[in-house]
Design a binder for this molecule. Structure first.
Ligand SMILES: [Zn+2]
Length: 312
């Protein structure tokens, strides 16, 4: 498979950027979801020809939506990961210009050429050859998202702690190819977000910028490097398996944060450093509540009885 590698995306940081730059969008379609549209629609200098709400990244649904769109020369993706990926797909299919406007500081989606589409519920990720006009990171827009969504984005960079150890282990076992240069990028990005953790917790301009720059630089280094494991290791495996076994959905950065602390300790390290960064960033990776469980002793006999009561 040949992977298109283009220049890194142009990222514009600022306050009021969306209002300013939307004057240049021309005739466009906004690809979005209801919440971000509700928060951003009224600040656009020019309204779109059509607002296309996205419900999934299913190829069939996206193709049906594309078939009904008016002719336009620009697509603007406004929202979180799903809206951003859908906008990339629509722009590539229609050969239009593209602007990406993330409304949350979470994940590297706005900075990569990957498109996380699905077919019949199965992820069939693709990589396309496109370059957006710009990625607009408007601090005021991002601050409208829930603070815990923005803060917990830090976990997808702090996962460098665990991911690099796993990558090294995989390489020693002949299961992966270790890359010193990429590991160095991963460590450098991690150090930057650790230093800015309290700003990330405050969701300040500086905090948003540091986090988004880490996603952008990580995405750039990862592009065209299949098999790189800079930011995904047992931390993510823990999170995915916790969701699979409990059947519950957790905020990604919070459950990955818990995965980092547990797996980093399991790898034989002191988890103090990632724990402090998560605390400074105000990520609630662990919720504690006082209950009767704190008072009553739990013995194997009681556990057996409770399980029998539950029919297990
Ligand atoms: Zn992640």
């Amino acid at each position: 498979m040949s992977i298109p590698v283009g220049p890194p995306f142009r990222v514009e940081f600022g306050s009021g950027t969306l209002a300013d730059r939307s004057a240049d969008f021309g005739g466009y379609v906004a690809v979005t979801t209801p919440t971000p549209w509700h928060l951003t629609g009224q600040i656009l200098a020019r309204q779109p020809e059509r607002v296309q709400f996205i419900q999934s990244l299913e190829v069939d649904e996206l193709d049906a939506a594309i078939g009904s769109l008016p002719p336009v020369d620009t697509v603007v993706g406004l929202g979180g990961g799903m809206a951003i990926d859908a906008a990339k797909y629509v722009a590539v299919s229609r050969c239009t210009r593209l602007y990406l406007v993330p409304t949350i500081a979470s994940g590297n989606g706005p900075f990569t050429r990957n498109i996380a589409i699905r077919r019949g519920g199965v992820p069939v990720g693709s990589v396309a050859d496109f370059t957006p006009e710009a990625v607009l990171v408007d601090y005021d827009v991002i601050r409208q998202a829930r603070p815990d969504y923005n803060r917990s984005g830090i976990s997808d960079v702090l996962s460098s702690y665990t991911a690099l150890i796993d990558w090294r282990a995989a390489a020693s076992a002949g299961q992966a190819e270790w890359r010193d240069d990429l590991a160095e990028v991963s460590r450098r990005m991690r150090a930057k977000v650790v230093a800015a953790a309290s700003e990330i917790g405050l969701v300040s301009d500086a905090g948003i910028r540091t986090l988004m720059e880490a996603f952008a630089e990580g995405a750039e280094s990862a592009a065209s490097k299949p098999g790189q494991r800079m930011f995904t290791g047992s931390d993510h495996l823990f999170a995915w398996n916790l969701e699979a076994t409990t059947g519950r959905h957790f905020l990604h950065g919070e459950v990955v944060g818990l995965g980092i602390i547990l797996m980093y300790a399991f790898q034989g390290n002191d988890s103090e450093e990632p724990r402090r960064a998560l605390s400074e960033a105000q990520v609630r990776y662990f919720r504690k509540m006082y209950t009767v469980l704190d008072e009553r002793p739990m013995t194997p006999a009681i556990a057996e009885r409770l399980m029998a009561l539950a029919g297990m």
